[in-house]
Every structure is written in C-alpha cells, then in structure tokens.
Write a protein that binds this ligand. Structure first.
Ligand SMILES: [Zn+2]
Length: 249
C-alpha cells in the first residue's frame, strides 16, 4: 500500500509488522542519453511492481529523491546530500514510523553511492532499536547470477548508465531515453573493478566518475534494448518478492 494515500485514521488500522519500504535513490548525471532521474525512476518502477504484486503486504513510504552523489558532482545537473545529511533524513523517516509502532524496515536502493551509507544506517538503527528489523537491498545485487546469464555487454559493460540501466529505462520510460546519443557511446568497456554492477570482484574500490569516464557513462549502453529491460525487471521483481516473502513477512 502507498502510505501517503491513506488517511491518518486508516493508518491506525494497518498491521504494524508489515515491511515498511523506503526507496534510496539519486538525482545525478547518467551520461548524454539518460535523464538525471534515472535511479529514481528505476527505483520507483520496482516499488510499483512490488506494490502491484503484494499490495496488502507492504507499506511504501514517500521517497527521498536525492542521494549521496558527491562522486558525480563534476557533471552538470547532479544533486547530492552529504553522508551525514542523508543518514539523518533516512533515519528520521524510519524513526517516524517507529513512533507509530512499526518495526520491520526495508531500504530498497537503486544507486551505487548509497550502498555504504545504507549499511551504516541499518547498523545504526539496528543497534538503537533491537526490537526492530532493518534490511537493505540494492536491486542489481540480489539477482547477480541470473543477471549475469542475460548480460550482453560482458564484464565491464553494466556500470553506471550502461547496458542494464539503459535497458531498464527503455522498458520503463522510453520517451526519456535519447536513443540518438547512444550511438556515439558504442562499446565502452571498463575495468570491471571500477565499472561493473554484476561482474565486480568482492572488494571495494573508489574513484569519482570523472576519473573513470569523461562522458559519465560506465559501460556499454549500445547493448541495451527494451526487451532486455523487461527481462531485468522480471528477474529483479521476482527476487524482491521472494526475499520479502521469505525474510520479512
Ligand atoms: Zn544509475
């Protein structure tokens, strides 16, 4: 259910143990072919899917449209919060729901730059509220094996604004994709260490986007398609529903 579609009176009747889902996203450059809202639109798409499939079993909170994008600030248009600001915003939204008696929280993340602070937020909340449950899911991490199987651009092709994000946008909001601009970006492969969502090794590495890519794209949007976006959406949605049903309900 969509939390802010309810009246105050109606919210009192909601089962307090249902998972409360808060989207962590971003407003930042996504190369010459995708809008600044890409991470938000992708995240909102997954919220819609979950809500359609399990409307009575999840609570969807209003979103915070900006995330931690300091590493994108070399590119015009990007907006960012400092880690401390973002942490306070997310924590205080969650704490508002704790005041109303809810105890089961899922941060659904659609932006790489929110992963580290997302973990800090759930650890901070978890240590403070030992009777509550806090989880964090980043969409491309939950279905890595399945996504690898359908990956067309290979290692180093599915980074920021690359094959996967562009395919999802062709599926979700094709009118917002500047398809003409994709042609000039063909076959940009990057070191998977710094530029891959599903083929990266299991250790952390940091560079600003400008250090990795002059045009802000990390990967190969030329391998994208609407059909691929539909497949990614189905794979991730079904994983999300499985995870929520197995661990949070
Ligand atoms: Zn993105």
């Amino acid at each position: 259910m969509i939390w802010d579609h309810l009246t105050s009176e109606e919210t009192k009747k909601v089962n307090k143990t249902l998972p409360v889902v808060l989207l962590l996203c971003a407003t930042e450059q996504h190369g010459p072919h995708l809008p600044l809202s890409t991470d938000r639109l992708i995240g909102e798409h997954f919220l819609d899917e979950i809500n359609q499939l399990m409307e009575k079993e999840v609570i969807i909170l209003p979103i915070i449209p900006v995330g931690c994008s300091e590493h994108h600030m070399d590119f015009s248009g990007s907006l960012t919060f400092k880690h401390a600001t973002f942490k306070a915003l997310v924590k205080e939204m969650v704490e508002s729901m704790i005041v109303h008696g809810f105890n089961n929280f899922l941060l659904l993340n659609s932006h790489g730059g929110n992963q580290g602070i997302g973990q800090v937020i759930i650890e901070t909340l978890g240590n403070k509220y030992s009777d509550c449950k806090f989880s964090l899911i980043t969409w491309w991490k939950i279905a890595g094996d399945e996504l690898k199987k359908i990956n067309k651009s290979g290692s180093g092709g599915t980074g920021h604004a690359g094959e996967f994000e562009t395919s999802l946008m062709l599926h979700i909001a094709p009118e917002m994709v500047r398809e003409q601009s994709i042609k000039s970006l063909s076959n940009q492969q990057f070191d998977p260490l710094v530029g891959d969502m599903i083929n990266a090794p299991q250790f952390s590495y940091f560079q600003t986007i400008k250090q990795i890519s002059a045009n802000g794209v990390v990967g190969s949007p030329s391998f994208s398609s609407k059909e691929q976006g539909e497949k990614i959406s189905q794979i991730v949605t079904s994983k999300l529903v499985d995870l929520i049903k197995s661990y949070l309900l």
